[in-house]
Design a protein around this ligand. Structure first.
Ligand SMILES: [Zn+2]
Length: 296
Protein backbone atom coordinates (compact mmCIF):
# COMPACT_ATOMS: atom_id res chain seq x y z
CA UNK A 1 0.00 0.00 0.00
CA UNK A 2 1.46 3.40 -0.88
CA UNK A 3 2.55 5.39 2.14
CA UNK A 4 2.20 9.12 2.66
CA UNK A 5 5.42 10.15 0.86
CA UNK A 6 4.41 8.13 -2.18
CA UNK A 7 0.96 9.75 -2.29
CA UNK A 8 2.60 13.15 -1.89
CA UNK A 9 4.92 12.49 -4.85
CA UNK A 10 1.85 11.50 -6.89
CA UNK A 11 0.15 14.75 -5.88
CA UNK A 12 3.18 16.80 -6.85
CA UNK A 13 3.49 14.93 -10.13
CA UNK A 14 -0.16 15.48 -11.08
CA UNK A 15 -0.61 19.05 -9.82
CA UNK A 16 1.04 20.89 -12.76
CA UNK A 17 -1.23 19.07 -15.22
CA UNK A 18 -4.48 19.03 -13.25
CA UNK A 19 -4.54 22.33 -11.38
CA UNK A 20 -6.34 24.94 -13.46
CA UNK A 21 -7.52 22.41 -16.04
CA UNK A 22 -11.19 21.87 -16.83
CA UNK A 23 -12.82 18.45 -16.93
CA UNK A 24 -14.26 18.10 -20.42
CA UNK A 25 -15.32 14.51 -19.95
CA UNK A 26 -15.04 11.95 -17.20
CA UNK A 27 -14.91 8.44 -18.63
CA UNK A 28 -15.85 5.66 -16.22
CA UNK A 29 -15.11 2.24 -17.62
CA UNK A 30 -16.72 0.37 -14.75
CA UNK A 31 -19.26 1.25 -12.07
CA UNK A 32 -16.99 0.49 -9.14
CA UNK A 33 -13.49 0.15 -7.80
CA UNK A 34 -13.28 -1.16 -4.25
CA UNK A 35 -16.61 0.60 -3.70
CA UNK A 36 -19.17 1.91 -6.21
CA UNK A 37 -18.02 5.11 -7.90
CA UNK A 38 -19.97 8.21 -6.78
CA UNK A 39 -23.50 8.60 -8.07
CA UNK A 40 -23.59 10.90 -11.13
CA UNK A 41 -19.79 11.28 -10.83
CA UNK A 42 -19.30 12.39 -14.45
CA UNK A 43 -22.26 14.77 -14.52
CA UNK A 44 -21.15 16.43 -11.30
CA UNK A 45 -17.58 17.21 -12.37
CA UNK A 46 -17.79 17.68 -16.14
CA UNK A 47 -17.39 21.31 -17.11
CA UNK A 48 -15.78 22.14 -13.78
CA UNK A 49 -12.32 23.53 -13.32
CA UNK A 50 -9.86 21.85 -10.93
CA UNK A 51 -8.75 24.40 -8.37
CA UNK A 52 -6.12 22.42 -6.48
CA UNK A 53 -4.74 19.01 -5.66
CA UNK A 54 -4.17 18.42 -1.98
CA UNK A 55 -3.70 15.50 0.37
CA UNK A 56 -4.96 14.33 3.75
CA UNK A 57 -3.06 11.36 5.24
CA UNK A 58 -2.86 8.87 2.35
CA UNK A 59 -5.83 10.34 0.48
CA UNK A 60 -5.49 12.49 -2.61
CA UNK A 61 -8.01 15.34 -2.78
CA UNK A 62 -9.08 16.90 -6.08
CA UNK A 63 -10.76 20.22 -5.41
CA UNK A 64 -13.20 21.32 -8.10
CA UNK A 65 -14.78 24.73 -8.37
CA UNK A 66 -18.22 24.80 -6.81
CA UNK A 67 -17.56 23.36 -3.33
CA UNK A 68 -16.83 19.88 -4.66
CA UNK A 69 -13.91 17.60 -3.73
CA UNK A 70 -13.08 14.15 -5.00
CA UNK A 71 -11.34 11.89 -2.50
CA UNK A 72 -9.09 9.25 -4.06
CA UNK A 73 -7.19 6.38 -2.45
CA UNK A 74 -4.70 4.33 -4.43
CA UNK A 75 -5.39 1.09 -2.58
CA UNK A 76 -2.73 -1.54 -3.19
CA UNK A 77 -1.99 -1.09 -6.87
CA UNK A 78 -3.52 2.18 -8.06
CA UNK A 79 -1.63 4.78 -10.08
CA UNK A 80 -2.34 7.78 -12.26
CA UNK A 81 -0.91 8.18 -15.72
CA UNK A 82 -0.73 11.41 -17.69
CA UNK A 83 -1.16 11.15 -21.44
CA UNK A 84 -0.85 14.09 -23.78
CA UNK A 85 -0.74 13.46 -27.50
CA UNK A 86 2.82 12.26 -27.64
CA UNK A 87 3.96 11.17 -24.22
CA UNK A 88 2.80 9.29 -21.16
CA UNK A 89 4.20 9.44 -17.69
CA UNK A 90 3.27 7.90 -14.35
CA UNK A 91 3.96 10.46 -11.64
CA UNK A 92 4.97 9.37 -8.18
CA UNK A 93 7.61 7.14 -6.75
CA UNK A 94 6.39 3.75 -5.66
CA UNK A 95 7.84 0.96 -3.61
CA UNK A 96 6.01 -1.54 -5.82
CA UNK A 97 5.80 -1.72 -9.60
CA UNK A 98 2.80 0.06 -11.14
CA UNK A 99 0.68 -1.33 -13.96
CA UNK A 100 0.37 0.35 -17.34
CA UNK A 101 -1.89 -2.30 -18.81
CA UNK A 102 -4.80 -0.45 -20.44
CA UNK A 103 -7.29 -3.12 -19.43
CA UNK A 104 -6.89 -1.81 -15.89
CA UNK A 105 -7.60 1.81 -16.88
CA UNK A 106 -10.82 2.47 -14.97
CA UNK A 107 -11.29 6.23 -14.65
CA UNK A 108 -10.18 8.69 -17.33
CA UNK A 109 -10.20 12.44 -16.77
CA UNK A 110 -10.27 14.12 -20.19
CA UNK A 111 -8.96 17.58 -19.35
CA UNK A 112 -8.44 20.84 -21.15
CA UNK A 113 -5.36 22.45 -19.72
CA UNK A 114 -3.25 25.47 -20.53
CA UNK A 115 -1.32 23.41 -23.07
CA UNK A 116 -4.28 21.71 -24.71
CA UNK A 117 -6.07 18.44 -24.15
CA UNK A 118 -4.57 15.91 -21.79
CA UNK A 119 -5.82 12.72 -20.17
CA UNK A 120 -5.21 11.71 -16.56
CA UNK A 121 -5.90 8.00 -16.25
CA UNK A 122 -6.46 6.00 -13.08
CA UNK A 123 -5.18 2.42 -13.44
CA UNK A 124 -5.70 -0.18 -10.72
CA UNK A 125 -5.27 -3.92 -11.43
CA UNK A 126 -6.37 -5.12 -8.00
CA UNK A 127 -9.06 -2.45 -7.52
CA UNK A 128 -8.50 -1.83 -3.83
CA UNK A 129 -8.46 1.89 -4.55
CA UNK A 130 -11.55 4.06 -4.46
CA UNK A 131 -12.92 7.47 -5.36
CA UNK A 132 -15.57 9.47 -3.62
CA UNK A 133 -17.10 12.90 -4.08
CA UNK A 134 -18.50 15.31 -1.54
CA UNK A 135 -18.95 19.01 -0.78
CA UNK A 136 -15.58 20.44 0.27
CA UNK A 137 -17.29 22.27 3.14
CA UNK A 138 -18.22 18.90 4.65
CA UNK A 139 -14.86 17.14 4.31
CA UNK A 140 -14.27 17.12 8.06
CA UNK A 141 -17.30 14.88 8.45
CA UNK A 142 -16.00 12.29 5.97
CA UNK A 143 -15.74 9.03 7.96
CA UNK A 144 -12.08 8.42 7.14
CA UNK A 145 -11.14 11.99 8.17
CA UNK A 146 -13.31 12.46 11.23
CA UNK A 147 -11.00 10.91 13.78
CA UNK A 148 -7.65 11.43 12.05
CA UNK A 149 -4.77 12.70 14.14
CA UNK A 150 -2.43 15.46 12.96
CA UNK A 151 -0.30 15.07 9.85
CA UNK A 152 3.29 13.96 10.48
CA UNK A 153 4.55 17.00 8.58
CA UNK A 154 4.60 20.51 9.96
CA UNK A 155 4.54 21.72 13.50
CA UNK A 156 1.16 20.49 14.71
CA UNK A 157 2.72 17.15 15.55
CA UNK A 158 4.60 17.95 18.75
CA UNK A 159 6.10 16.07 21.66
CA UNK A 160 3.54 17.73 23.96
CA UNK A 161 0.72 16.40 21.80
CA UNK A 162 2.15 12.87 21.75
CA UNK A 163 2.60 13.00 25.52
CA UNK A 164 -1.15 13.59 25.91
CA UNK A 165 -1.83 10.53 23.75
CA UNK A 166 0.77 8.29 25.42
CA UNK A 167 0.34 9.14 29.11
CA UNK A 168 -0.82 6.20 31.19
CA UNK A 169 -1.00 3.81 28.22
CA UNK A 170 0.81 0.48 28.13
CA UNK A 171 0.49 -0.04 24.37
CA UNK A 172 3.75 -0.86 22.52
CA UNK A 173 5.25 2.09 20.65
CA UNK A 174 4.92 0.43 17.25
CA UNK A 175 1.15 -0.03 17.43
CA UNK A 176 0.58 3.41 18.98
CA UNK A 177 2.39 5.06 16.07
CA UNK A 178 0.35 3.08 13.52
CA UNK A 179 -2.91 4.32 15.08
CA UNK A 180 -4.30 6.85 12.57
CA UNK A 181 -6.13 8.61 15.39
CA UNK A 182 -2.74 9.43 16.92
CA UNK A 183 -0.91 10.42 13.71
CA UNK A 184 -2.54 10.56 10.27
CA UNK A 185 -0.97 8.73 7.39
CA UNK A 186 1.96 7.09 9.13
CA UNK A 187 2.34 3.50 7.91
CA UNK A 188 4.47 0.47 8.68
CA UNK A 189 7.57 1.50 6.72
CA UNK A 190 8.00 4.99 8.15
CA UNK A 191 7.07 3.93 11.68
CA UNK A 192 9.99 1.46 11.52
CA UNK A 193 12.29 4.11 10.08
CA UNK A 194 11.32 6.74 12.68
CA UNK A 195 11.82 4.37 15.64
CA UNK A 196 15.22 3.38 14.25
CA UNK A 197 16.25 7.04 13.85
CA UNK A 198 15.10 7.81 17.41
CA UNK A 199 16.82 4.68 18.83
CA UNK A 200 13.55 3.54 20.41
CA UNK A 201 12.41 -0.07 20.66
CA UNK A 202 9.11 -0.98 18.93
CA UNK A 203 8.08 -2.92 22.05
CA UNK A 204 8.60 0.02 24.41
CA UNK A 205 5.51 0.92 26.42
CA UNK A 206 4.42 4.39 25.32
CA UNK A 207 3.74 5.54 28.88
CA UNK A 208 7.49 5.23 29.56
CA UNK A 209 8.10 8.17 27.19
CA UNK A 210 6.05 10.49 29.40
CA UNK A 211 6.94 11.89 32.85
CA UNK A 212 4.69 11.35 35.87
CA UNK A 213 3.34 14.86 35.41
CA UNK A 214 2.41 14.17 31.78
CA UNK A 215 5.29 15.98 30.11
CA UNK A 216 7.24 14.49 27.19
CA UNK A 217 10.61 12.98 28.09
CA UNK A 218 13.57 13.99 25.90
CA UNK A 219 13.27 10.67 24.04
CA UNK A 220 9.75 11.61 22.94
CA UNK A 221 11.09 14.89 21.61
CA UNK A 222 13.66 12.97 19.56
CA UNK A 223 10.96 10.61 18.28
CA UNK A 224 8.74 13.51 17.21
CA UNK A 225 11.62 15.02 15.28
CA UNK A 226 12.48 11.66 13.74
CA UNK A 227 8.91 11.21 12.50
CA UNK A 228 8.76 14.65 10.94
CA UNK A 229 12.21 14.32 9.40
CA UNK A 230 11.78 10.85 7.93
CA UNK A 231 8.57 11.91 6.16
CA UNK A 232 10.03 15.22 4.99
CA UNK A 233 13.21 13.52 3.77
CA UNK A 234 11.27 10.89 1.85
CA UNK A 235 9.03 13.49 0.20
CA UNK A 236 11.96 15.73 -0.66
CA UNK A 237 14.14 12.99 -2.07
CA UNK A 238 11.18 11.43 -3.86
CA UNK A 239 10.20 14.74 -5.41
CA UNK A 240 13.70 15.59 -6.54
CA UNK A 241 14.17 12.18 -8.15
CA UNK A 242 10.69 12.17 -9.73
CA UNK A 243 11.88 13.26 -13.15
CA UNK A 244 14.64 10.63 -13.32
CA UNK A 245 12.26 7.89 -12.38
CA UNK A 246 9.75 8.85 -15.02
CA UNK A 247 12.46 8.88 -17.65
CA UNK A 248 13.93 5.61 -16.49
CA UNK A 249 10.48 4.12 -16.07
CA UNK A 250 11.83 2.55 -12.91
CA UNK A 251 9.58 2.71 -9.89
CA UNK A 252 11.46 0.52 -7.47
CA UNK A 253 14.86 2.02 -6.91
CA UNK A 254 14.43 5.11 -4.85
CA UNK A 255 12.53 4.07 -1.75
CA UNK A 256 14.62 0.96 -1.24
CA UNK A 257 17.76 3.08 -1.11
CA UNK A 258 16.07 5.31 1.41
CA UNK A 259 15.24 2.62 3.97
CA UNK A 260 17.66 2.24 6.89
CA UNK A 261 15.76 -0.38 8.89
CA UNK A 262 12.71 -1.47 6.91
CA UNK A 263 13.19 -4.64 4.87
CA UNK A 264 16.81 -5.06 6.06
CA UNK A 265 16.45 -8.22 8.15
CA UNK A 266 19.80 -9.88 8.87
CA UNK A 267 21.86 -6.93 7.64
CA UNK A 268 24.15 -4.74 9.69
CA UNK A 269 22.60 -1.84 11.59
CA UNK A 270 23.50 1.49 9.98
CA UNK A 271 23.59 3.47 13.24
CA UNK A 272 27.04 4.99 13.71
CA UNK A 273 29.12 2.79 16.00
CA UNK A 274 26.45 0.10 16.39
CA UNK A 275 27.49 -3.47 15.68
CA UNK A 276 23.97 -4.84 15.85
CA UNK A 277 21.97 -6.61 13.17
CA UNK A 278 18.52 -5.63 11.97
CA UNK A 279 15.95 -8.23 12.93
CA UNK A 280 12.33 -8.76 12.04
CA UNK A 281 9.64 -9.34 14.61
CA UNK A 282 5.88 -9.56 14.07
CA UNK A 283 3.61 -7.21 16.02
CA UNK A 284 -0.16 -7.29 15.49
CA UNK A 285 0.40 -9.26 12.30
CA UNK A 286 2.79 -6.69 10.79
CA UNK A 287 6.54 -6.99 10.34
CA UNK A 288 8.70 -4.69 12.41
CA UNK A 289 12.37 -4.22 11.53
CA UNK A 290 14.66 -2.97 14.27
CA UNK A 291 18.04 -3.30 15.98
CA UNK A 292 17.80 -4.41 19.59
CA UNK A 293 21.34 -3.17 20.29
CA UNK A 294 20.71 0.53 19.69
CA UNK A 295 16.91 0.77 19.98
CA UNK A 296 15.93 0.71 23.64
ZN1 LIG B 1 21.84 -0.67 15.93
Amino acid sequence: MPELPEVETVRRGLAPTMEGATVQRLELRRPDLRFPLPRDFAARVEGHRILALSRRAKYLLIDFEGDLTSIAHLGMSGSFRIEADAAAETPGIFHHERSKDEKHDHVLFHLKGAEGPVRVIYNDPRRFGFMDLMPRSELDTYPAFRDLGPEPVGNILSADYLATRFAGRSQPLKSALLDQKVIAGLGNIYVCEAMWRAHLSPTRKVSSLVTKTGKPKAELGLLTEAIREVIADAIEAGGSSLRDHIQADGTLGYFQHFFRAYDREGRECLTDGCRGTVERIVQSGRSTFYCRHCQK
